[in-house]
Design a protein. Structure first.
Length: 86
């Protein structure tokens, strides 16, 4: 009798584990943070060009640009990272 009970408990634990893993795998894309779409922002495009150029010439991010508006700075950095390949 104990053997059958152990099999049922083992099967239940395995089933719960598989179900939890499947739920996590399906739900993961919904919980990833999505940033704003900067693709048409000129600061984003500038950052992307400069990131691609730095990557091609094996340069670092030493010529950081600073913009007065925080939104422009975030857009530039996002474009730079995308252009550099990060």
């Amino acid at each position: 009798m104990k053997i059958n009970l152990r099999h049922w408990v083992l099967a239940a634990v395995a089933g719960i584990g598989l179900t939890a893993g499947a739920v996590q795998a399906v739900a993961a894309p919904y919980f990833q943070e999505q940033g704003p779409d900067y693709s048409k922002n000129k600061r984003y495009q500038q950052g992307q060009r400069e990131g691609q150029s730095d990557h091609a010439h094996k340069l670092d991010h030493s010529k950081k640009r600073h913009f007065k508006k925080d939104e422009d700075q975030r857009a530039y950095e996002a474009g730079y990272q995308k252009g550099f390949g990060n």
